[in-house]
Design a protein around this ligand. Structure first.
Ligand code: ZN
Length: 64
């Protein structure tokens, strides 16, 4: 089992500041949905020093 490789990822919602905890999948993708405002953050690990993050505002809202 390689579940021990799964490292807990802690982020803060860019939209409202809510603390969100998630895990990367096998492809290194981290998908987080804020439980408070429903904003979505998709993070892809490119290299050890480079993380590609995409932020999506909640439906009907715009990025603050
Ligand atoms: Zn939020």
């Amino acid at each position: 089992m390689n579940s021990s490789k799964k490292q807990q990822q802690v982020r803060y919602c860019r939209n409202c500041g809510q603390k969100i905890i998630g895990y990367r999948d096998e492809d290194g993708m981290l998908r987080l949905k804020c439980p408070r405002c429903n904003a979505v953050s998709v993070s892809r690990k490119v290299t050890r020093r480079h993380e590609d993050v995409q932020e999506y505002a909640p439906p009907g809202q715009v990025i603050i």
